[in-house]
Write a protein that binds this ligand. Sequence first.
Ligand code: NAP
Length: 701
Amino acid sequence: MPCEVAARFLILYGSQRGQAQSIAEEICEQAAEHGFTADINCLSNQDKYNVDREIRPVVFVVSTTGDGDPPDTAQKFVRKIKNKSLPHDHLSHLRYALLALGDTNYANFCNGGKTIDRRLQQLGGKHFYATGHADDGTGLEVVVDPWIEGLWDALKKTFSNMSASNQQEAARSDCTQDNNHKNASGQEKNKSDLEVDFHLLKLSEIDSENGKTVTSDSSDAETRSTTLVASLKKSLPPLSECVLNVPALPPSYLEVVLEQASTEGEAVPSGKDGYCEVPISKAVKLTQDDAVKSAILLELDISEQDVAYQPGDSFEIRCPNRASEVEELLLRLDLQMQKNFAVQVTLLKNSSKKAAKVPLHFPQNGSLQFILTWCLEIRSIPKKAFVRALADFTQSSSEKRRLLELCSKQGSADYNSFIRDTNICVLDLLQAFPSCLPPLSLLFEHLPKLQPRAYSAASSSLQHPGKVHFVFNVVEVPACSEHPARTGLCTGWLVDHVSSILQPLGTVPASECLGTSALPKVHVRPRPSSTFHLPSDPSVPVVMVGPGTGVAPFIGFLQQREKEHETNQEAIFGETWLFFGCRHKDKDFLFREELERFVHNGTLSHLIVCFSRDEPDAAGTVNRPTYVQHNLLLHAKNVAGILLKDKGCLYVCGDAKNMAKDVNDTLLEIIGNELQLDKLDAMKIVAGLREEKRYLQDIWS
Ligand code: NAP
């Protein structure tokens, strides 16, 4: 008789910002439904697991950070498995599957997961299921959902193989009667557990769980509408008529209690986590009123702080949620009267959520209004698990059906069109589905931490001692049927916040006369870059590519070089090239005067500019360069010479989605042409430049 093989597996996650963790937790929650028991651990908790001796199948979920690095929480694990003294069969016992998360807008897609996968293979580990590579650029769920769906069958097969080999082993090793008894019951349990298939739920089945009978609610006027256009609130056949395959209901794990005690009354966060509160000493609009986007330069006074930075570093800014949106949310949740109550967040007793913890971003005794303003990203796009959970707090059967459709496998396209692509947030959902009234704890469980926003320093402290500049475009989120046009959370807040000191383009800032106490303030902390800095040897030539606000760090670089020129006239300085692009010469040519000064005094050897939307000049130049990469091609010989012969550096800053990719393609073309190489060989040269830190990107999506 066979020995028992428990259908138990291990999930290990390496997460930077919580995405990999929440996917790992989702797998863990779904496991029970499919007849498995899962244990879950963060890769950083090395005392809680040991892959060197792990006989259970292991599922890794690993994100990517920085320049294609594994997340900080996985670093120790990576160091451990990379130990060169490990024999090549060190992990030959290991059966694993790996889900890698990344973003194709950045170089080294999914490299965090790929690094671990590669090394596990080298050490003899075996896949029991193909590795998944999920792209945050197009929506993680596009890969994650089907990958998880396929995981259960793969696990089922793995366990049955393990069971079969154990049977052979058992036959050989002559198991005892006692063992036989145990194994028989174990095997029976496995069978019934593993035969659970994806639960195809009909609406009536879902609601019978709650003791209510619900069908597609023919009495609901909205559902009967004959409009043949689907929307957030309405679906069309076949989706409106089909049987739904919905994600498992995530177990609740937080208890939130509101106490009518006086709170610490924090209106803004205190200086924790390395943040300091600094005055904004200047705010200048850099674009004309009729420019396509409004760019604004801020100057922060950091003279009272112990903060040092180099050009190329960034600063993180804490921004609050919009006061009006917090108010609306409180109103919608019927909690307006309790907004100043102190909030106690604890773990729910008897929660079935594995490894549940109270997230660290909830302050002790903070008021409800404070938490909704500073701690939770209320503008975040609700994940499918959140939509699923909201459905359970929705009275109207037609609204509930629609929410279930939106989180179902069959409704994936609707989720993308009506939630993800239109930037719907929880408040929009609650407005669209008025019978949904979730408890506060549900929002606390599902809304992510409000993250700070990073901006590149656009100054050098040699030129502006005690100050740091940065520049941003006011982001516009287009209107859709569920919400009006909005400004981006941080850039919209900043522009309102500095309205009292904002100077129009070309004026001498009067704010310098204002006393510090009258100036608006922000909470910032430096985020140093490990690589995006000028070469320490000033004779190394540099090529900078920064269209739009992507020019920010290069203004810092050039201010630094200008000062170095002044103070060290003997030094040899390499050539400096800047490729800049904007839409119109007279509307959004950022830092025009400063750039021309750099050219005039020799700090900048070549300023190459293009205007993407200006009419061709009177001479009607044909094939006028539109984008920075067109100018790079026109100067291909110089660019190739700097990179290939003079060992110079190429810096690219700006939009990750289109510009950085196109510039990368152009670089391949330039190098391919120059060295007469095919694309693959040119890619190897470019990869080499990246490795040598001579091709550096600071790109944003
Ligand atoms: P942008 O939208 O990138 O536009 C700047 C110029 O680039 C325009 O002339 C635009 O032309 C052109 N462009 C459009 N597609 C292009 C492509 N595929 N290749 C090359 N050029 C292209 O400028 P922005 O609005 O200032 O945005 C810059 C980006 O940099 C943003 O993603 C921002 O987040 C990021 N960034 C910001 C900071 C910061 O500290 N604020 C720092 C670094 C980077 P058309 O519009 O006419 O097509």
